[in-house]
Ligand binder design. Structure first.
Ligand code: PGA
Ligand code: ZN
Length: 426
């Protein structure tokens, strides 16, 4: 007799992501349920991230993932008959099979697709919610709906404009509920569209990879001014904070940074961020410095970390060891959590637990190349971290996450809100 949670079949296929590049989809069947999941892909990928296995053949300009798909057949052979609830055991079997520190053998795209599909299959086998099952694996029951950070102006490597900073986000920290937060995000996004259209013309409202506008701006202040104007015009100024992802590795030149037409050292850039945080209602800055610049992260955290969340993405890459180094020197005060940076749910949870113990906040994140899989919505609720970034409230693959949070809201869960160290918005 086949057990209800027993894995009976695993299949994988190559599908396309939101940029039209191949990615991996995996399907896991148990005695009683099924789970399907697909993995996202970054563009401003940190050099310390786990390896996304690509074919390197002529098809899809080298970006095919058929080798990763084949590796899932090998994984299937090891996992048949295993209990799908044993996420820890399953992820560790894949880590052992891979045997490398960065998943370069099987590919993090192969291991993560299985890891997520197994998690969904377990939830489906008990006819339960994915976020609830994630809560069991993570060891949390304080489910909250996260504050959404909407990336409404795109620059850097996500857009064809001259903005150095990659993402300018609005976060409805003062909303009463997630649905109100989503409405505020949508209304500000549309106000912004009107402002950009009248100031910069029709081309300014084309959107970048994450659904935000990609206007022909040159300097960060232009983007921040437009955001403030849009938030005010929509009547939500008291409820909204601003966040930036500088993705600063992309404008780092040796020990210097070239931002907004100026070449600065880490000290100069720290002062520049301080001045922006004093002028605008900035509640969080992600990757303000390059991916190995721990000292600069620590300097900025010391200067403004009381009032502003300093989030590490490319520097920590959801990796325990790198986060440990950061905690030791007080670099940043928040972890950006991206499952595909590390390649299994269990390893990402190790990093999340470490962050929590060190008093760091956690923001769950999508990638710039996405699918319509809403897994990260359940993930953010399941670990109760209170923050998610999934792009603008625009484009299907971004809305898939926000709309899933609307469904979860019907379970009467509270909205996290954010009283970011009292800083804020007047
Ligand atoms: P990526 O960008 O998915 O292209 O890496 C997202 C981010 O930097 O946060
Ligand atoms: Zn980032």
């Amino acid at each position: 007799m086949i057990g209800k949670y027993e894995i009976t079949d695993i299949k994988a296929r190559q599908i396309l992501d939101s940029r039209g590049n191949p990615t991996v989809e995996c399907w896991v069947k148990t005695g009683k349920g099924t789970g399907i999941a697909s993995v996202p892909s970054g563009a401003s990928t940190g050099k310390h991230e786990a390896v996304e296995l690509r074919d390197g053949e002529k098809e899809y300009n080298g970006l095919g993932v058929t080798k990763a798909v084949k590796n899932i057949s090998r994984i299937e052979a090891k996992l048949m008959g295993h209990d799908a609830r044993d996420q820890d055991g399953i992820d560790r079997i894949m880590m052992e099979m891979d045997g490398t520190p960065n998943k370069s053998h099987l590919g993090a795209n192969a291991t993560l697709a299985v890891s997520m599909a197994v998690c969904r299959a377990a939830a489906s086998s008990k006819e339960g919610e994915v976020y609830d099952h994630i809560g069991i694996i993570y060891g949390a029951r304080n489910f909250v709906l996260p504050v959404p950070f909407f990336n409404v102006i795109n620059g850097g490597q996500h857009a064809g404009n001259a903005l150095d900073i990659q993402e300018f986000m609005i976060a409805p920290i003062g909303a009463e509920s997630f649905s109100e937060a989503l409405r505020i995000g949508s209304e500000v996004h549309h106000s912004l569209k009107g402002i950009l259209h009248s100031k910069y013309g029709v081309n300014a409202v084309n959107v970048g990879d994450e659904g935000g506008f990609a206007p022909p701006m040159k300097k960060s202040k232009e983007a921040l001014d437009a955001l403030v104007a849009a938030v005010k015009k929509s009547g939500h100024y008291k409820k909204v904070g601003i966040c930036m992802d500088a993705a600063a590795t992309s404008f780092q030149k040796g020990k210097k940074y070239k931002l907004d037409g100026k070449v600065m050292d880490a000290e100069g850039l720290t002062e520049y961020y301080e001045s922006l945080a004093a002028k605008y209602p900035i509640i969080a800055i992600e990757d303000p410095f390059g991916e190995d610049d721990y000292d600069a992260f620590a300097m900025l955290t010391e200067r403004i970390g009381e009032n502003v969340q300093i989030t590490g993405d490319d520097i920590f890459v959801t990796n325990n060891e790198r986060l440990k180094d950061g905690i030791m020197c007080r670099a940043g005060n928040a972890l950006l959590l991206k499952l595909n940076q590390i390649g299994t749910i269990i390893e990402a949870f190790d990093a999340a637990h470490l962050a929590r113990h060190a008093g760091y906040s956690i923001m769950v994140s999508h990638r710039s190349g996405e699918t319509c899989d809403p897994f990260i919505a359940d993930l953010a609720v399941g670990i109760g971290c209170g923050q998610i970034k999934a792009g603008a409230p625009c484009r299907g693959e971004r809305l898939a996450k926000y709309n899933q949070l609307l469904r979860i809201e019907e379970h009467d869960l509270p909205y996290a809100g954010m009283d970011w160290r009292k800083k804020g918005v007047e």
